[in-house]
Design a protein around this ligand. Structure first.
Ligand SMILES: Cc1cc2nc3c(=O)[nH]c(=O)nc-3n(C[C@H](O)[C@H](O)[C@H](O)COP(=O)(O)O)c2cc1C
Length: 217
């Protein structure tokens, strides 16, 4: 078990898991018991999460991969002024994975792993009621970060994935999620594959002054 500061520094997005090493359910429940301590607007606790493992996970992956080979996911477009972040991340990530910049086929294979939950034995789908607003999505985010930190402290890796939400019809059909729920993202959960260099990547952050202002006079 790490202390909080070490845990925050140790968490990173895992993008290849040990497929055959299941996550003990009691550890997931422990992490969830901590995650629900997250604050939320009027304490409505807007997070709704469906966990998929075993054959349920495999059926979901099969359906998602089939859809992914047919067409692009419906993910919110990134405004042009922010697209350099995606390019920078792609360069670091694919560079570490040894995928050449212009090798579209190799990139495609790497991207498709999203809908395989990066081989994680546990794949979560995160939803929120359709009538709730941005402020409530903040609550879901706080829950997710707390959940992932609690997993990290237990040696378990994770990756939040908007890509999973890109095929909402497949998810609704597979999991029986009704139209009153908005599908926000997925989360891959499992033990990181130690042979995959990108799992230990330390993705750089912008200088604080780019995002934060102190007004003191
Ligand atoms: C809301 C959200 C959606 C994300 N979607 C994806 C995704 O679809 N695929 C992916 O590989 N990573 C995804 N990520 C992971 C980010 O790329 C990652 O958090 C960021 O690059 C910082 O790296 P780190 O998590 O290792 O610190 C997502 C993260 C968040 C918070």
């Amino acid at each position: 078990m790490y202390d909080l500061e070490d845990t925050i520094r140790a968490r990173r997005s895992t993008r290849l898991f040990l497929r055959d090493k299941p996550v003990p359910k009691e550890l997931v429940i422990e992490a969830l018991d901590l995650a629900v301590r997250a604050p939320s607007n009027s304490n409505i606790q807007p997070w709704r999460v469906v966990f998929n493992s075993g054959p349920a996970r495999d059926r979901l992956v099969e359906a998602l991969l089939e859809e992914a080979t047919k067409g692009d996911p419906k993910v919110p477009p990134l405004p042009e002024e922010f697209s350099h972040f995606r390019r920078d991340l792609g360069a670091i990530l694919y560079g570490t994975m040894g995928v050449p910049r212009h090798d579209a086929a190799a990139r495609r294979i790497a991207v498709l792993r999203n809908w395989e939950f990066f081989r994680a034995p546990l794949g979560a789908v995160v939803c929120m009621h359709r009538d709730l607003d941005y402020v409530d999505a903040l609550g879901v985010g706080m829950f997710l970060q707390t959940f992932m930190l609690a997993l990290t402290a237990r040696g378990i890796g994770s990756c939040v994935q908007v890509s999973i939400a890109g095929y909402p019809e497949v998810i609704r059909e597979q999991l029986g999620i009704t139209e009153d729920m908005r599908i926000l993202c997925g989360v891959s959960i499992g033990y990181p594959d130690p042979s995959f260099a990108a799992n230990t990547l330390d993705v750089p952050r912008s200088p604080l002054a780019d995002n934060v202002t102190f007004r003191e006079t």
